[in-house]
Design a protein around this ligand. Structure first.
Ligand code: GDD
Length: 412
């Protein structure tokens, strides 16, 4: 792969944020060029073998999930964490059957679990991680909560890299690119504490019967503005380096995953930055993970060659995402009165009866959880946990057929 070198890197305490890097070519010829980095396919493959890709899913079309799963490179282990409905139709069973069939045909390694499985809740409680549970000791709803389940399973497999792709992507080829871009980022990194965040070249929308290749959405534009403002007021130098504040498509080393805190639901991605600024930035008060502080944390922001085409979930969904994102900014240690008042202005139509944005639930780092024990509990007790390893086949599933969005038939 041929990828642009970052033109600048902002250094904020122990955190290095590289400016946008464009993918120049998926294939490259091994020619040196002072402005780009040529990453051989063998190097990327070496990463893929140590990589788990987590697909969080909640009630998405099986057609879309199917395309996403088939396009994840074979060498990666895929972990699907579903929070899909169990009734009146058991969407989870349909997802499981479909994935089992893909595994039978391809022999790729898959793991599947349902977020609301009581045994998942039991495992977290048993391992003293109640911050992810609701009052019934079930894992709360939320994408971030699903991501944490996936990360623990990835850790139990000894994976060194963990990435995320959404299940509602219309273009399977773009998902393949995302994973290759993550691996390219890891090839360029110089520290075991690395995160790779993707910026889509375009996010096309239909406007008056035509495709309009939009670059920025309302949430990402606003979140990026405030993350940059936090940095600017803290250093005294204006910056626009952050362009991936809401990057749902991102990956990180397991070392970094272990020391991060996680914000609930969709606020998870902007909170990555807020957490790193607050705890590893220039004004960090207590430095706990000394190693990360000394060797530093690198953030790569890579612009994909593919556009991102996904399901649109409506205005209320966008507003909730904006509220969750800006709440992380508002409650950041770096946020001053000026930024607070700007955030309140931007949220004026969304805040309803709240005077200030409600604080998001924050979940503790997962580094202290015994991931092997977590997986062991699921293996022994869970009814929804399925492991599909290489060499295992499930008889009778040869061909599948989708009937509509919600139904799926196995043709034997
Ligand atoms: N396991 C699980 N649990 N998955 C969930 C849940 C949940 O409670 N809620 C949503 N998901 C899954 C969806 O099915 C989808 O695969 C993925 O998480 C993203 O959710 P969407 O609802 O499709 O989010 P979006 O497309 O509006 O936003 C995405 O992009 C944003 C950046 O533009 C998300 O990835 C955001 O986190 C991201 O900030």
């Amino acid at each position: 792969m041929l990828i642009e070198l970052p033109r600048r890197t902002e250094i904020y305490g122990s955190v290095k944020i590289h400016e946008l890097q464009r993918v120049l070519k998926f294939d490259s010829g091994g020619f040196d060029n002072p402005r780009s980095c040529d990453i051989p396919l063998e190097d990327i493959k070496r990463i893929l073998k140590r990589f788990a890709i987590i697909v969080p899913i909640k009630d998405e079309s099986l057609h879309l999930l199917d395309g996403v799963l088939r396009s994840i490179p074979f060498d990666c282990t895929v972990i699907v964490v579903s929070n899909s409905a169990r009734e009146p139709q058991d969407m989870y069973r349909m997802e499981k059957d479909m994935i089992t069939n893909i595994h039978t045909l391809t022999q790729q390694e898959f793991f599947i679990i349902h977020q609301k499985d009581p045994e998942v809740g039991f495992a977290f409680h048993n391992l003293n991680y109640d911050c992810i549970l609701d009052k019934y000791r079930l894992v709360r709803d939320g994408k971030s909560e699903g991501m944490i389940i996936g990360m623990l399973l990835a850790k139990s497999l000894g994976k060194e890299y963990i990435g995320f792709v959404d299940a509602d992507n219309y273009v399977p080829g773009s998902v393949r690119e995302y994973v290759m871009d993550y691996a390219a980022g890891f090839c360029m990194s110089k520290t075991p504490y690395t995160m790779v965040r993707l910026h889509w070249r375009y996010k096309p929308k239909v406007v008056e019967d035509r495709l309009y290749f939009k670059k920025w959405g309302r949430v990402s534009r606003t979140t990026n503005k405030y993350l940059n403002l936090l940095l600017s007021i803290s250093t005294g130098f204006e910056t626009g380096v952050v362009i991936t504040g809401n990057a749902g498509e991102h990956a990180l080393t397991t070392n970094l995953a272990d020391i991060m805190e996680y914000s609930t639901g969709y606020s998870v991605e902007p909170y990555h930055f807020v957490y790193l600024f607050d705890n590893f930035g220039m004004k960090a008060e207590k430095i706990i993970p000394v190693d990360a502080f000394n060797v530093g944390i690198e953030i790569f922001q890579i612009e994909t060659l593919n556009p991102h085409l996904h399901e649109e979930k409506g205005e209320e969904h966008i507003n909730n995402m904006l509220l969750g994102s800006l709440s992380t900014i508002y409650h950041s240690k770096l946020c001053d009165e000026y930024v607070m008042s700007e955030v309140l202005n931007d949220l004026v139509d969304i805040l309803h009866s709240w005077k200030i944005p409600p604080q998001n639930t924050i979940m503790a780092p997962i580094g202290g959880i015994d991931a092997a024990k977590f997986a062991d509990i699921l293996l022994n007790r869970s009814e929804t946990f399925v492991q599909l390893r290489q060499g295992s086949t499930v008889k009778g599933m040869i061909e599948e057929e989708y009937l509509d969005n919600n139904s799926f038939r196995v043709v034997q």
